[in-house]
Design a protein around this ligand. Structure first.
Ligand code: 5AD
Ligand code: SF4
Length: 361
């Protein structure tokens, strides 16, 4: 028996075990890991894929993360903000295409006008959806009061990636100021959980200066935080960002892809009943990236429903896919992705089973 086979069957994985799994050298070993993760997924969450329609509401951002193409100081990006009427149209489209949920994502803004705008938008969504709908927000760090206001206005889920759980690496990836403070971000995740949101986080994989130990710690961080959902994917360099200067030091892109699949697989083994997204960044490296993510243990896909005219301005990283695919094509394509992974689209909301079980206690 391969040592990998023994490790994946263990009841509790240590950090050392996780590093071993992250650094397997052969395809055969990687397949043992991915197949185990897929079996765990089938047993605990089934062969169903949940669709969340992604709306990239605005690329206006007040922050300057060193990796991100829409950072405030990048003047090569044309800024946009989708008006509420168009967002409501997208929601109608999502509903009529059997999506039971959307994710509203945007650059990070913390001001009164933005907070109120989101509250009003959530109320409009409630009005058209007769409560048969779930809204996930991914709007960055906000005050507890704001998070509560949005929760009360109808948002049930919130995604806030920790980006890297290692304090030192986090500091390397962000400007050193109050706006980019690790402790503040961590506190937001705790507040979100306390309010009652289904809380999601995630990290980038294959960042400059990131070690395999960092990635193992990221997975243990998610487990310790007892998170309900995760979206994580490969780091992809962007020309107009400070981190671009370190591109020579990165793992080859194909290795970052495989490493991302292994991260998904190990997370599924560690946290059997959470929701894990197969992210767009995977697809930007491999056209079949999202199918491969599903087969490695992911159970959520987030087809992009942002109206096409805004799409090429939400360039977090280079070669972001789907820029030419409109909403209709996105839906057709995503159904193909699900079929080719041998799975089917789930019809329910897809609340995290992990979250539901916690609620029962
Ligand atoms: N490569 C991959 N993911 C990125 N993100 C931002 N920049 C990049 C990049 N260069 C991710 C971050 C952020 C999400 C909106 O996009 O994880 O949370
Ligand atoms: Fe803004 Fe998010 Fe990009 Fe950071 S990662 S610059 S907060 S959009």
């Amino acid at each position: 028996m391969l040592p990998i086979q023994e490790i994946v069957e263990k009841e509790n994985l240590t950090k050392e075990d996780i590093v071993t799994l992250l650094t397997v050298k052969t395809k055969e070993e990687q397949d043992v890991l991915l197949q185990k993760a897929n079996a765990v997924k089938e047993q605990f969450v089934g062969k169903k894929v949940y669709l969340r329609g992604l709306i990239e509401l605005s690329n206006i951002c007040g922050k300057n993360c060193f990796y991100c193409g829409i950072r405030a100081e990048n003047n090569n990006t044309k800024r946009y903000n989708i008006p509420d009427e168009e967002v409501v149209e997208v929601i109608r489209f999502a509903k009529s295409n059997q999506f039971s949920s959307v994710v509203i994502q945007s650059g990070e803004l913390c001001n009164f006008a933005f907070t109120k705008r989101i509250t009003r938008l959530l109320e409009k969504i409630q009005n058209i959806s007769e409560e048969q709908f779930r809204v996930t927000l991914s709007l960055g760090e906000q005050s507890e009061e704001t998070y509560r206001e949005w929760y009360n206005a109808g948002a049930q889920r919130y995604l806030l990636r920790i980006e890297s759980s290692d304090r030192e690496l986090y500091r390397t990836l962000h400007p050193n100021n109050k706006l980019h403070d690790y402790e503040a971000r961590l506190k937001c995740l705790q507040v979100l959980k306390r309010i009652g949101y289904q809380a999601g986080t995630g990290v980038m994989i294959g960042l400059p200066f990131q070690t395999f130990e960092n990635l193992a710690d990221d997975l243990l961080f998610m487990k310790n935080l007892d998170i309900d959902m995760v979206g994580m994917g490969p780091y992809i360099e962007h020309e107009d960002t400070p981190l671009y200067q370190y591109r020579e030091s990165l793992l080859p892109i194909k290795d970052r892809f495989d490493l991302s699949l292994r991260m998904i697989a190990i997370l599924r083994i560690l946290m059997k009943d959470i929701n894990i997204a197969s992210t767009t960044a995977l697809q930007s490296i491999d056209p079949e990236g999202r199918e491969k993510g599903l087969l490695a243990g992911a159970n959520v896909l987030m087809p992009n429903l942002t109206p096409l005219k805004y799409r090429d301005n939400y360039m977090l990283y280079e070669n972001k896919p789907g820029v030419f695919q409109d909403e209709e094509e996105s839906v057709v394509y995503i159904k193909k992705v699900v079929n080719s992974a041998g799975e089917e689209i789930a019809q329910d909301y897809g609340d995290s089973l992990h979250f539901k079980k916690k609620r029962q206690f």
